[in-house]
Design a protein around this ligand. Structure first.
Ligand SMILES: [Zn+2]
Length: 422
C-alpha cells in the first residue's frame, strides 16, 4: 500500500455519510493509529510516522457506524499491495459463489457480469472460464494489470454514479453486479449505491458482501476497525441505504468470512425479484431487531467491551513477562495492527511476530515496530505462548503450529475474549 500524503480535510462537526444528520455520538475511540498496512523497512524506523485518529461514530438517525475520511481512498487503494489470489480459502469462496450464481440466475454467454473492486480477477476468472462475459472495475492499476494478464478485462478507476453512467453507455448494463468487501471502503456511500442503480439492468441482480456490524459488536471484533474501512453496516441500515436508491434487498445470507459477514441480494424496486423476497429477509430483520440494532443504547455498550479486552490482554502479557514466559505473535494482519496499537503492545510485551508472506519478512509492524520473521523462527526460539493475531483463522493456525506442544507451547487468542488454548 502507498504511504499516505496529506490527510484528507475533515471537519469537527461531522455529519452522517448516508443521512446527513450531525454525528454527536462516539461508538468507540481507539486512539491514534498508523495505516494498518504501512509496514516499515529497517531503515525507516527512525523516521516520523503518520498516525490518524480511529474515532468511530454512530449516527442516531440511521445507525450507520462510521469513521471520518481521515485518509483519502486515492492514497490507500491506487497502488494497493493486497492481491486476493494469494489466499486459497478466499479463492475457494469465490469459486463456490460463481457456481451458485450461475445456477441460480441462469447466467450464460449472453449475460454480463460486472465486479466492483475486482482486484486481480480472483473471482471473475471463474466466470471467464465458463464463457460468461465479464468486466472488472478496479482502482489500483498494478492490481488491474494482473487481472488483465488472467484474461479478465478491467476498467481502472473508482466506482460511483458518474463512472457507472459511462460504463452503462459504453459497455452495457449488468445482469449481475458483485461487490465483495468494498462497501465498507467507500467514503461516499450514496454515490456508490447510486452507481449500482445506474449500471444494473432492469431485471439484474446485485450481490454485496460486508462484515456484519451486529456480529462485530456481539463478538467484540473492534480490531476489524481500521482507516480503510469507513463504514460498518447492519442489515437494517444497508436496507435503508439501498431503498433510498430504488433498490430492494430480496435475499440475505450469513457467511463465516471475516468473523461474520452478510451477503445481500439487491434488485430494482418493481422488478420481478424484488416482488418475491426470500423469507430470510424477514428472519434477518427480526433477528437484528431482537439484538437492538435500531436502538442507540445497544451501541453505547461497545466501548466498555473493548476496554475489557485491552485490560485482560495487558494483564495476561504482563503476568507472562513477570513469570519469564516468552510470547511471540503469529501473523501480521491489519486487525493485528489496530489491536497492538490500541493496547500499546510493543516488543516489551511481544518479542516478534511471524508471517507466511515473504514480502513482510525483515519488515516491522507500523507504530509498534514489532519485527516480522518467517514462521520457522518459532521452532528456533521455542516460545511459551503464540499469540494468534488473525483470530478468525485460529483453528487452521493451531493445526499448522501443532508442534509447539512439543515444548509445552500454548496459544493465546484475543477476540472475542482473551483466551488461552493448550
Ligand atoms: Zn445517518
Amino acid at each position: 500500500m502507498s504511504t499516505a500524503s496529506a490527510p484528507a480535510p475533515t471537519t469537527a462537526a461531522a455529519s452522517c455519510r448516508f443521512c446527513g444528520r450531525p454525528l454527536t455520538r462516539v461508538f468507540v475511540d481507539l486512539g491514534m493509529s498508523p495505516l494498518c498496512e504501512s509496514f516499515l523497512a529497517a531503515g525507516e524506523l527512525d523516521r516520523m510516522e503518520p498516525f490518524y485518529p480511529l474515532l468511530v461514530r454512530v449516527c442516531d438517525g440511521c445507525f450507520l457506524v462510521q469513521l471520518a475520511e481521515y485518509v483519502r481512498p486515492a492514497d490507500i487503494f491506487t497502488d494497493y499491495a493486497y492481491f486476493s489470489s494469494y489466499s486459497t480459502s478466499w479463492l475457494d469462496h469465490a469459486r463456490r459463489y460463481v457456481d451458485a450464481m450461475r445456477d441460480r440466475f441462469a447466467l450464460g454467454r449472453g449475460s454480463r457480469v460486472v465486479e466492483i473492486a475486482s482486484n486481480d480477477g480472483y473471482l471473475l476468472q471463474y466466470f471467464v472460464a465458463k464463457g460468461i462475459p465479464v468486466l472488472g472495475v478496479e482502482p489500483a492499476a498494478n492490481v488491474a494489470r494482473a487481472a488483465e494478464e488472467k484474461g479478465v478485462p478491467t476498467w481502472v478507476g473508482f466506482f460511483g454514479a458518474e463512472s457507472a453512467a459511462r460504463l452503462a453507455r459504453e459497455r452495457g448494463r449488468a445482469d449481475l453486479m458483485i461487490g465483495n468487501n468494498v462497501l465498507a471502503q467507500v467514503p461516499d456511500v450514496n454515490d456508490f449505491v447510486e452507481g449500482y442503480r445506474t449500471l444494473l439492468a432492469p431485471e439484474g441482480v446485485a450481490t454485496l458482501e460486508f462484515p456484519h456490524l451486529m456480529r462485530l459488536m456481539e463478538r467484540n471484533q473492534f480490531d476489524t476497525i481500521y482507516h480503510e474501512h469507513f463504514s460498518y453496516f447492519s442489515f437494517f441500515t444497508a436496507e435503508a441505504i439501498f431503498a433510498r436508491h430504488g433498490l430492494a434487498l430480496f435475499d440475505v445470507e450469513e457467511l463465516p468470512t471475516h468473523g461474520g459477514s452478510l451477503r445481500i441480494y439487491a434488485a430494482h424496486r418493481g422488478s420481478r425479484r424484488a416482488a418475491a423476497p426470500s423469507s430470510r429477509v424477514e428472519t434477518m430483520r427480526r433477528m437484528e431487531k431482537g439484538n437492538g440494532v435500531d436502538r442507540i443504547e445497544t451501541y453505547s455498550a461497545f466501548p466498555e467491551q473493548v476496554r475489557r479486552v485491552k485490560r485482560d490482554l495487558l494483564k495476561f502479557l504482563i503476568a507472562a513477562r513477570e513469570r519469564g514466559d516468552s510470547v511471540v505473535g503469529y501473523g501480521a494482519p491489519g486487525k493485528g495492527n489496530t489491536l497492538l496499537n490500541y493496547c500499546g503492545i510493543r516488543t516489551d510485551l511481544l518479542d516478534y511476530t511471524v508471517d507466511r508472506n515473504p514480502h513482510k519478512h525483515g519488515r516491522f509492524l507500523p507504530g509498534t515496530h514489532i519485527p516480522i520473521f518467517p514462521p520457522e523462527k518459532i521452532r528456533e526460539t521455542r516460545p511459551r505462548y503464540v499469540f494468534i493475531l488473525p483470530w478468525n483463522l485460529k483453528d487452521e493456525i493451531m493445526e499448522q503450529l501443532a508442534y509447539v506442544r512439543e515444548w509445552g507451547g500454548r496459544f493465546l487468542v484475543p477476540i472475542p475474549e482473551v483466551r488461552e488454548y493448550a
